[in-house]
Design a protein around this ligand. Sequence first.
Ligand SMILES: NC(=O)c1ccc[n+]([C@@H]2O[C@H](COP(=O)([O-])OP(=O)(O)OC[C@H]3O[C@@H](n4cnc5c(N)ncnc54)[C@H](O)[C@@H]3O)[C@@H](O)[C@H]2O)c1
Length: 271
Amino acid sequence: MNPIESATPGHLLAGKTAIVTGSTHGLGSDIARGLAASGARVTVLGLDEGAGRSVAESIGESALFVRTDVTDDAQIGRAISATLDCFGQLDFLVNNACSYADSGLASGRDQWLRLLNVNLVSAAIFAQKAAPHLPRGGVIVNLGSTGGKFGAAGRALYPASKAALLQLTRNLAVELAPDGIRVVSVSPAWTWSPSLAQLADGSIERADRVGAGLHPLGRVGRGEEVAQAVAFLCSTAASWITGVDIPVDGGFSILGPDQGVSPREWFNRST
Ligand SMILES: NC(=O)c1ccc[n+]([C@@H]2O[C@H](COP(=O)([O-])OP(=O)(O)OC[C@H]3O[C@@H](n4cnc5c(N)ncnc54)[C@H](O)[C@@H]3O)[C@@H](O)[C@H]2O)c1
């Protein structure tokens, strides 16, 4: 059953143009589709040409695919130019591309630098190159993660990159506020995507079952739900929101180490 009852209104972002990085698969493609469903024209960016073209085709005339490696400054510049040539304007940048390649404490310097390059530095450089083209009312949305807010063994690079991205969000928000540009982040918890599908053997029911205890709303998130939050943040309905992180996580981050269970219950369980 689809838990999402209301779709984003089709007029919320009418006449606007967005770039979504890493949008050939996963949440990025859901965000691209969600922004288009809200009326925006969208440039789909990523490494996989076939998948990128098919996401853009599924959206229709209001989408453009530009093969772009976000770690390459020249390719970032070309993606922005292609967007301006095709749509005549750029209003929103969504920094979504990421790498999960994380061996925790065992990671070497090269691995650290590769992951930070994709997840953090590329977002900063994309913002730097996009900002001069954004009008007043322009918005940059960075994808954070609950993974960047809590300790976990076996990981270090990905969480550190996501925590840093939230700090970058605050800095850019202050820097760009005089230009009328807002900078925000969204932090999803477990959300149905290729990486979660791999862990759940492709079964969304299994993902919901395993995720139920960690998310007070009793299931994992859907990409459309993250997309709707991004569309809201890009819209004028969010005109007084900047520099902050919006958890889109079914309540994951309101739980403490006791997982929302009382001490009495923990004692009952331990006997
Ligand atoms: N899926 C989740 O449960 C979840 C939870 C919290 C946060 N997030 C965040 O949401 C975003 C999307 O996550 P996802 O699970 O859909 O990931 P994903 O791995 O499915 O997608 C990431 C995309 O980034 C692209 N990418 C990687 N390196 C790139 C490069 N150099 N240039 C261009 N594109 C590149 C990949 O090809 C891929 O299409 C990420 O920022 C992630 O941190 C996801």
